[in-house]
Design a protein around this ligand. Structure first.
Ligand code: PLP
Length: 510
């Protein structure tokens, strides 16, 4: 099936100026699939047939073709360069995805990460040859412990979700060390999907805690759920509605009193870094998405890093490997017998994402303590600016101020025939990547906008004006233009349901 031949949706005029599916326009090249460009036998190199070759594969020798496209080198280069230019990126414009913290990645970080002493080391190199790298990890670890007010850290988890797994495995190990096995973990309804998934993967059942009318955990409902079978709570603060959980200390005390542990999803740490130390709030474990709060690049499956900080209670159970400093030397402890802790095990082959560590430390050092505090303040200021400017045009999901992200619901679209999905698609025609939609689940038709601290007022004003225009158009009954959107993108709206239910993962020529 060829994407280039995809027909415009019914009811649209294919001669319309805006329909340019399958055509080049301006200097934007239409780009078919690589399989459609290739021709059998085309080859970028000219190698002589090997003169003597002995077949040693016997019956294992491949009979048919390998099924890869045949192309020349310039065709390959152009194909991938063109595709890369269709890819939206933070370096191309505002990226309002809530919860994702898509912010500018300073070039200084990249320069540091490319220093050969960091970029070219190998994880199996003798430790005495990588002392500088180990020292850098220790420095970063110290900053993260300082900023969170937590005494211990695991640097090896590779992402936020991986950090959650690390934290909940430590909780499980701590309970086992007490001779207990508890069955349930409490997770608020507004949580990121990785929270219940992590709890379930670790063998716990998940009890949902409802949100109150103010978008925060309903403390009474939470307390009702507590009991001797509760291993802990997984709570995000600020939560995914962009609101600070004001009752967090009461929640922490109650969960501890019931013998459970407090896991905090720290994905939104950028809203409070330098202002609040999670350790002071009674948290036992929290992951930090270096690729969100500390600006390292992400998206498109790029590398992340999700170090986890631990309280005194969970510190002994942190995973291998961990770093120690002994008489002028940094050393990775790789086996439980080498130390006196009770690590729950090991999560990764190697210690961590070195490039991410370098970038994060570079970001931290270039901001300094006061600069990081300002990061949080500006992130919150920008989100509140968006929220207040759009309050009259769109519908804010909750009363009052927000933290680092502005959450709207779909009630301003009620009766227009336009839905959240249409609104998001129409943003593409306006030159904006859509915000996060339909998340968090506790808000009807949610639209979650996280401008981050790195957008200027001018850039926010342009974005706000675009959303205002769209809101006005929706209310003026221009429902057709929303249903057809996007018209200016290289591809029209895809049938996402079929794509999800019946994914075609292999190209075939039929
Ligand atoms: C991003 C995010 C996660 C998961 O982090 P990854 O690094 O993508 O695995 C978990 N919780 C929240 C609230 C998030 O925003």
């Amino acid at each position: 099936m060829s994407m280039a031949q995809q027909l415009p949706p019914e009811g649209t005029d294919s001669k319309d100026d805006a329909q340019w599916q399958g055509e080049s326009r301006g200097l934007q090249q239409e780009e078919p699939l690589i399989f459609e460009i290739g021709r059998p036998g085309k080859c970028g190199v000219d190698l002589p047939e090997p003169s003597s070759r002995r077949e040693r594969l016997g019956p294992l020798k491949r009979e048919g073709s390998i099924g890869l496209p045949d192309l020349s080198e310039p065709e390959v280069v152009r194909h991938f360069v063109r595709l890369s230019q269709k890819n939206y990126a933070i370096d191309a414009g505002l990226y309002p995805l809530g919860s994702c913290t898509m912010k500018h990645n300073p070039r200084l970080n990249e320069k540091m990460a490319r220093l050969p002493g960091f970029a070219d080391i190998h994880p199996l190199q003798p430790q005495k040859t990588i002392q500088g790298a180990l020292e850098l990890m220790t420095d970063l670890a110290d900053w993260l412990k300082q900023l969170t007010g937590m005494p211990a850290i695991a640097m090896s988890p590779k992402a936020g979700a991986h950090g959650e797994l690390c934290g909940v495995m430590a909780i499980k190990a701590a309970l086992e060390a007490r001779g207990e096995s508890r069955a349930r973990i409490l997770v608020p309804e507004s949580a990121h999907g990785t929270n219940p998934a992590t709890a379930a993967l670790c063998g716990f059942s998940v009890s949902a805690i409802p949100a109150g009318d103010d978008g925060r955990v309903d403390v009474a409902a939470f307390k009702e759920q507590l009991g001797p079978d509760v291993a802990g709570i997984m709570l995000t603060n600020p939560n995914t509605c962009g609101l600070f959980e004001k009752d967090i200390i009461e929640i922490a005390d109650a969960v501890h009193e019931a013998g459970g542990y407090f896991y905090c999803d720290g994905a939104n740490f950028n809203a409070i870094v330098g202002r609040v130390r999670p350790g002071d709030l009674g948290i036992d474990a929290m992951h930090i998405n270096l690729h969100k709060t500390f600006s390292t690049p992400h998206g498109g499956g790029g590398p992340g890093a999700g170090p986890v900080v631990f309280s005194e209670a969970l510190a002994p159970f942190a995973p291998l490997p961990y770093l120690v400093h002994e008489t002028d030397e940094w050393r990775l402890i790789e086996r439980a017998e080498e130390g006196d802790a009770q690590p729950f095990g090991r999560m990764t082959a190697f210690h961590g994402q070195m490039g991410m560590f370098v970038r994060a430390l570079s970001y931290i050092l270039s901001h300094g303590g006061d600069g990081l505090r300002q990061v949080a303040e500006d992130a919150v200021l920008n989100a509140n600016y968006v929220l207040e400017e759009l309050r009259g045009d769109m519908s804010a999901a909750f009363e009052g101020r927000c933290m680092h992200e502005a959450l709207f619901d779909a009630s301003f679209l009620q009766g227009t025939g336009v839905e959240t999905l249409d609104f998001a698609k129409a943003m593409i025609d306006k030159g904006y990547h859509p915000m996060t939609m339909y998340f968090p689940l506790v808000v009807n038709g949610a639209m979650l906008i996280e401008p981050t601290e790195t957008e200027s007022k001018e850039s926010l004003d342009r974005f706000i004006a675009a959303l205002r225009d769209l809101s006005t158009a929706a209310k003026a009954g221009q429902v057709e233009s929303f249903k057809n959107a996007p018209v200016h993108a290289p591809r029209r709206r895809l049938d996402e349901t079929t794509a999800a239910r019946k994914p075609i993962l292999r190209w075939t020529s039929e």
